[in-house]
Ligand binder design. Structure first.
Ligand code: GTP
Ligand code: ZN
Length: 374
């Protein structure tokens, strides 16, 4: 990594300008590449070695100044770091303003925003012209991306499986949804149509890749990373400034330029979008349900069911009615999947944390109030 510079990592005039006041303090710019809840992984300059990953912690001030969770540093953020501060810790003294912010509103009743990744330049949605194709779901993705400020890019992938006309038609209807989006027909498998990716994976440009399971995201990432990719299994080497982490990075700098952001939050987007899209498809029937005679109507043989009434009157399609009855079941299934993923993530975080907490006192302090002793 010796050849990396701040610019390769996404640094630009905007961040430089906002960093100026911190420069005088002797603090260093660093980019967060992993969120371990209690600590973060950050890339920062490491003397002769160029850039390397270090464990960093939040200062009490940054923690307390955050009015909402969304204000807290997230993967992709640039921060001002005090290197080797108190007890030798690397301490985040400030988070620089964000140029873009890819986030979602947390599920449930909370309107709280959950930041998935900061300073993402482009979000690539991978889909296909076959079973994955859904304009409604695409609309959801577009809403998220538009709010983030990142460029929306869609790959209609697996083009090798469908007739050209079908791929083009899918691409055109996606373009019709969003004139701002770049829509490309690709085949990762046959390496077709991928040259366009050069426009997004430029030096210092951060890209997130989202989309349903099985559309080819991993295949694409593997292709971009190339065969001789070496970052992921580094040794657990102890240096004077902090410890290296051993798990996969969530922010990957490509040899050819460009940065892939791939973290658990990004996988969550897909689940969340699926659920929302599913619900949305039946919004009209939800509306009807309010007119059912009984509040706990199961919309089966219940008396005074407005939904069944509509089916009988011919104003509601019987198939959609059945789909609606299965909706809750399907959502429960989605939630179960999500929960499983969440548990994997939590387990990983716990393990990371165990490895990395410097000693028991630190760990107890941090766990008690999520606030480092700085
Ligand atoms: N025919 C065809 N198959 C493809 C193409 N791209 C990917 N695949 C295949 O589709 C399957 C799923 O691809 P993945 O890359 O694992 O899908 P993913 O989006 O990462 O899925 P998750 O990890 O579950 O989110 C694999 O067998 C790929 O080889 C393509 O362009 N054409
Ligand atoms: Zn009913």
């Amino acid at each position: 990594m010796a050849s990396l510079s701040l610019i390769d990592l996404g640094w630009n005039d905007f961040f430089a300008k906002h960093f100026e006041p911190y420069h005088a303090q002797g603090w260093k710019p660093a980019r967060l590449i992993r969120d371990n809840k209690i600590s973060y992984g950050a890339l920062l300059e490491d003397g002769a070695k160029g850039f390397d990953e270090f464990e960093v912690i939040l200062s009490g001030k940054v923690y307390h100044d955050a009015e909402t969770d969304a204000d807290l540093p997230a993967v992709g953020d640039w921060v001002a770091l005090e290197v080797g501060g108190e007890d030798g810790d690397n301490i985040i003294r400030a988070r620089l303003p964000r140029q873009t912010c890819f986030s979602r509103k947390a599920s449930g009743f909370s309107a709280e925003e959950q930041v998935i990744a900061a300073n993402v330049n482009a979000v690539i949605v991978v889909t296909d012209a076959g079973p994955d194709f859904s304009l409604r779901r695409m609309e959801r993705y577009f809403t998220l991306i538009a709010r983030s400020g990142a460029k929306a890019v869609v790959l209609v992938n697996k083009a090798d499986l469908y007739p050209d006309s079908q791929n083009q038609e899918a691409a055109d209807s996606i373009r019709a949804l969003n004139a701002e989006a770049d829509v490309h027909v690709t085949s990762v498998k046959k390496r077709k149509g991928l040259k366009v990716l050069k426009d997004y994976f430029k030096r210092g440009q951060s890209v997130a890749i989202i989309g349903s399971s099985g559309v080819g995201k991993s295949a694409l990432v593997n292709l971009l990373l190339g065969e001789d990719w070496q970052w992921v299994d580094e040794v657990n080497e102890i240096t004077g400034k902090g410890r290296h982490t051993t798990t996969a990075r969530e922010l990957l700098v490509l040899d050819k330029g460009g940065i892939i952001i791939d973290n658990p939050g990004i996988k969550e987007v897909q689940m969340w979008t699926n659920e929302t899209t599913l619900r949305e498809r039946f919004a009209d029937i939800d509306e009807l349900a309010r007119q059912c005679k009984y509040g706990d109507c199961k919309h089966g043989s219940d008396a005074g069911c407005a939904i069944r009434g509509a089916v009988e009157a011919g104003t509601l399609d019987a198939e959609r009615y059945e789909g609606y009855l299965k909706l809750e079941e399907e959502i429960a299934k989605l939630r179960k999947q999500r929960k499983k993923r969440q548990m994997t993530v939590e387990r990983r975080n716990k393990r990371d944390h165990k490895i990395k907490a410097r000693n028991r006192v630190d760990r107890e302090d941090i766990e008690r109030d999520l606030k480092p002793r700085a």
